[in-house]
Each structure stands twice: as structure tokens, then as C-alpha cells.
Design a protein. Structure first.
Length: 317
């Protein structure tokens, strides 16, 4: 059965490019989780220090809860899916931002945390998740505005409107950029997969033709643009007395009788001119050849073009 005709050969095999990309994303998530847990520990230590110095505040409990959530997400990262790992990173950060706004109002860093989680959601989950995160963040801001009697409604409307407008605009831009990059990445992966599939087919054909040449009684050689041998089949030893390795790099004319070399070289130059059609075959020619021991014999030579600047030559004695 021809390997090229098998189903495995016809259909592209899964490419490793997407697997490598997945590994990079996983390593990046692990790094972000580890970094977030480390920063969370620093925040908890600082919060406990303020607790000792200034007394208890509900924000201390929030910091501890966020840190424990990030630590748990980091510890179980190898046992859960990528979606769960991303959620384990986004949800605690969003909860921390919402708690900051609810407990400390506009002066807190809560808006920064909510904005960051919106951006992370659009990159890692898509537009719908980002809009849901933005909607939840807006609900938190509205709730804080209702509960906060010390800040005027005008300030809250300005703050909330600026937050929603800025984040929504950035989310939409990031979504377009994300989709474009994702589409280009998939196109590149598809191109790499197809190229490797073609290379695999070419390699299979080369192995098949090499097997035929190695077991042929005729001498099969390939020549470069200057007529130098780049491959010689094992029949070279029985026909000329040279091993294939001995003739590699030699000019093919050196295998001919001295009287034939000039005419053979002229014939080769004529058939390698740029004006000569690439698909035109070299006519069947008879040459007097010379073995390693100096004895001569007549051989029938047939050549055809192989690639842009090469030739495939078959010689029969």
C-alpha cells in the first residue's frame, strides 16, 4: 500500500504549535497566580500591622480572604482547568476592588482593581465576560453611591460615568485587538500545520524514490546547477568501481572518457541556460564512460530536471 494514499498521509496531523502556545499560556497563568499570592501575603502582613497599630477594620478581613483565595487557586492550579485558574485569579481581585469601594468609597483603589479585572476578562474570556464584569462593577459603584451620604450625587455620577465610559471603550478596543491576534495566530498555526504536512509528504516520496534508486541496477545520480554530483546510487560501485561517497562533489563529466568530456559539458551548458524551459527533458544521449581502473564502456544517459537548478540522471550500461 502506498503510504501517500493512506488516511494518515492525506489528513494533516495535529500540529505541536498550538500545544506550545498552550504551555506558554499555562506558565504565564502560573506566574501570575504565584505573583498575586505573594503580593497578597505582603498586603496581609501590612494589614495586620495596621490592625495592631490602629485597631480592627473590616478591610483587614477582606485582605485575608483575598489572600486565602489566591493561595488556594495557586495550590490547586495543577488539578483544575485553565478556566478555573483564570477565575481563581480574577474573582478575588474583583472582590477586593468591590470591597474597597464599599468600605472606603471613592478614595480607595477599588476602581483600579475593577478596571484591571475587566481588562483581564476580555483578554482571557472574551467580550461577554468582560461586559458582565463591567456590569457587576457598575452595580457596585451604584450601590456605593446610594450608601455613601458624604459624597454628592454629582461626584458619583461623574466618577461612575467616567469609569463605565473609559472601561467600556478600552474593553471594546481590547476585544478587537484580541480577536485580530487570535485569528492571526490560528492562521499561522494552520500554515505551519499544512507546511509540515507537505514536508512530511515530500519526505515520504524522497524515501520511496531513494529506495528505488538504491535497489536499481542503473546508476541514478543528481546534479547541481554546475554538474557536480550531489547523490549517487549504490550501482556506482558495480558500474564505475567508485563508491557513492567517492564521487560526491565530482563533476559528472569526470566519469566520462576524456574524448567525451568537452561535448558533454557543452550539452550540459546548453540545457542549463535560463532561456531553456524548465520542464524540457534532456534528450537521450550515448556517452563513452570511463571506470576507475581506466577501462571504457558505452552508456545510455537520460536526464531530467529536478527542482529549479538540479538534474536527475539515469545511466544504463
Amino acid at each position: 500500500m502506498d503510504p501517500a494514499a493512506s488516511p494518515d498521509a492525506r489528513s494533516p496531523k495535529p500540529d505541536s504549535g498550538s500545544n506550545e502556545l498552550d504551555k506558554v499560556v499555562d506558565r504565564l497563568l502560573d506566574l501570575m497566580l504565584g505573583l498575586s499570592a505573594s503580593l497578597g501575603l505582603i498586603v496581609v502582613v501590612a494589614s495586620l500591622t495596621r490592625w495592631v497599630q490602629k485597631g480592627w477594620h473590616p478591610q483587614h478581613l477582606v485582605h485575608l480572604g483575598v489572600y486565602l483565595a489566591l493561595l488556594l487557586a495557586y495550590l490547586v492550579r495543577k488539578r483544575v482547568s485553565r478556566t478555573m485558574r483564570v477565575a481563581g485569579l480574577i474573582v478575588p481581585l474583583w472582590a477586593n476592588g468591590a470591597a474597597n469601594l464599599l468600605l472606603q468609597g471613592l478614595t480607595s483603589s477599588g476602581s483600579l482593581f475593577l478596571t484591571t479585572t475587566c481588562f483581564m476578562a476580555v483578554v482571557l474570556f472574551g467580550l461577554r465576560a468582560a461586559l458582565a464584569t463591567l456590569l457587576a462593577s457598575t452595580a457596585v459603584i451604584v450601590t456605593v453611591a446610594v450608601l455613601d451620604t458624604g459624597t454628592s450625587i454629582t461626584d458619583w455620577l461623574a466618577h461612575g460615568g467616567a469609569f463605565v465610559g473609559l472601561v467600556a471603550g478600552c474593553v471594546l478596543v481590547l476585544n478587537v485587538v484580541h480577536k485580530t491576534l487570535l485569528q492571526r495566530t490560528r492562521e499561522l498555526e494552520r500554515e505551519v500545520t499544512e507546511r509540515r504536512h507537505v514536508q512530511g509528504q515530500l519526505s515520504e516520496r524522497e524515501q520511496k524514490y531513494r529506495l528505488l534508486a538504491d535497489n536499481s541496477r542503473d546508476l541514478v545520480v543528481t546534479l547541481d546547477a554546475h554538474g557536480n554530483l550531489t547523490y549517487a546510487s549504490p550501482a556506482c560501485l558495480s558500474m564505475f568501481g567508485y563508491s557513492p561517497d567517492e564521487v560526491l562533489g565530482k563533476n559528472f563529466c569526470e566519469l566520462l572518457a576524456p574524448a567525451m568530456r568537452e561535448s558533454a559539458n557543452e550539452e550540459f551548458q546548453r540545457n542549463t541556460r535560463p532561456s531553456e524551459p524548465r520542464t524540457s527533458p534532456v534528450p537521450l544521449i550515448q556517452y563513452q564512460c570511463q571506470r576507475k581502473d581506466g577501462t571504457a564502456f558505452w552508456g545510455e544517459l537520460r536526464a531530467s530536471r529536478a527542482g529549479e537548478n538540479g538534474f536527475l540522471v539515469v545511466l544504463r550500461d
